[in-house]
Structures are given as C-alpha cells and as structure tokens.
Design a protein around this ligand. Sequence first.
Ligand code: PMP
Length: 347
Amino acid sequence: MSKFLLEKYKNLVPYVPGEQPKDQQYIKLNTNESPFSPCPAVMKAIENEVPKLKLYSDPECKKMRVKLAEVYNVNENQIMLGSGSDEILNYVIMAFAKELVFPDITYGFYKVFADVNNVPYTTIPLKEDFTIGINDYVCSGKMIVIANPNAPTGIALSLDKVEAIIKANPTSIVMIDEAYVDFGGESSVPLVKKYKNLVVTQTFSKSRFMAGARLGFCIADEELIKDLNTLRYSISPYNVNSMTLAAGIATLENEDYTKAKCKEIMENRTYLTKELESLGFEVLPSTTNFVFAKCSKVSGETLYLTLKEKGILVRHFKQERIKEYVRITIGIKENMDALLKAIKEII
Ligand code: PMP
C-alpha cells in the first residue's frame, strides 16, 4: 500500500474473481461462463464496428435499449446499460443505499460494493435448507439486494415471494440480481410496472455468451433510471463500448440461438445432478448454469484441489456454512463426463 492511498480505502478488501490460471489448459467450470461462443452474426456485427472505433460509443446506448425494451416488454426509458451487471449493481448501491441488507450466503461483490461506497450492511442468514425466509426481509428503509436465483446456492425464489418482499419494503429500494434467471428462474421484470422501488439487473455474461464483452443492464421505474444516469454521466458516460453494443444487439436478434443453448445447459444440469446424486452427492436444486454440491466422502477443499490437479477447475468457498460444497459450472456434455470420471477416481 502506498502512503498516498486515502485513509477511507486502507481497509478495503477487494472482490476476488474466480481464478483464471494460465499454467495449463483447464476444463473451466469455476466462473459460470457459457461454454458456447456467440452466434456468427455477433462476429459480423463486431467486425462492422471496427472502422467506427475512432468515434465514441453512444452514451445513450439508444439502439440497444430499444431492442431490449422490445424483448422485455418495457419502455426504453426504464433501462440503463452497464459494463457488466457488476457496474450496475455498484451504481444502484451508490445511488440509493443508506444501509444495505443481503443474505449471509450470496454473491460476494455486494459486501465489497457496500464497503467501497461506505454503506453499512447487515446480512440475514439463509434458512437451514439455504432458502430465503421472506419474513426476515422487513427492513424499514434499508436497501435490499437479493440474487434470484441465488449464488452460489443456485436456489430460486418464486415470484410471489419476491413480490412479498418488495411490498413489505415500500420505503426502500429492492434490487433483484437476475444474473442467472435465464436457466429456469422467474424474472421480476413484469413487476417493474407495479412497483416504483424495484430494480432488476441482468447480464449478457451467462446465458448470452458475452462475459468477456462486459454487458449488463437494469430495468426499473423511469425516475430511478434517471437518477442512475445522473451518476453514470458523472462517472463514465461511455461506459459500454461500441463493439459490445453491436454484439449485444446481434445477440438479441438471435434469441432462438440463446434459448437453444440455455436448454442444452439445463439438460446437462439435469444429467450432472443425477450422476452426482448416484455417486452419493447432495446437490442443491439449481435453476442456474451451475450446481452447488457436497459429498460426505471428500471435503469441499480436497475435492476442489484434487480436481485442479486433474486439470478441472471448480469453485470452492471458505465460508463456514458452505465450506463442504463446491460450485460447478455446467458445461458441454463432454466436460461433464470428464468431471464425473475425475470425481469417481477421487472418491
Ligand atoms: N450477479 C451475480 C450473482 C453473479 O454471479 C455475477 C457474476 N460473477 C454478476 C452479478 C456479475 O456479472 P457481470 O458483471 O459479468 O454481468
């Protein structure tokens, strides 16, 4: 740490992204990316943007918002885009959170966003079965953030339960992070018409094959979007680059491709779950592109380390309640079989 770092950042503990080791070729099942590449139209769209790179990207992201509005059946003024949904999550917390509340087991970045924005936070324990107890979320003015489906558990909350939480907290913002919703979850986007305190975030990183392009968005009441844009235009008005915007539009014009690939992931998830269960694993019910699983024959850490030695990366978390589990991204069937073979050798 240099002597110049401001006092307020001295204790900041940054987010730790999933490892991306370069020492050998791994089967990467640790960061919930898509195993599929974008469709060919995306390549073409990016190529067409190259000569125009001398110009700034559109700060309004107009074409993309119009297309998204069509797909999600909302008004384009109810949408803001970000460089990944992480950026959006940060803007929403920065804009609206005096205090923040989220589950004890969830996406690790919420805590970091709270810390960097100097927002105090409290965590609410998930129930014994790792589900969210909706009655625990009457938070009198504190902003709530819930990943739905949750990560790393993969468990989804039904729409009526999400709505109950929004209703119970009329004086604060409820942010629903739907990074994984396209793999079988129920989206809260239709509730935006009804509730002015709801922000829904989504990403192109998981179901739309574009993690490396960095594209996310949120849908909320127009007034909230105006507030978020005030911050965005005060920090980074060209936050989404023009190649990413073109790629995003081409992806949305090929929704059939996206849906077919999500279906394949969900089929592979069912396959992996059954196979793991037959090996004695306990697998939490997932509506995401990953499963969270543990086995009494091997600790979470040993499984993670031994799989890594065998060239397969999964994610392990050291947090007490979940340290016996590993989180496994669903890949193509061939990768699932390689994983199962390695697990059989280990146990
Ligand atoms: N929310 C959750 C729950 C996530 O797991 C992730 C991915 N790490 C994100 C948001 C952020 O994704 P991105 O910034 O790539 O859109």
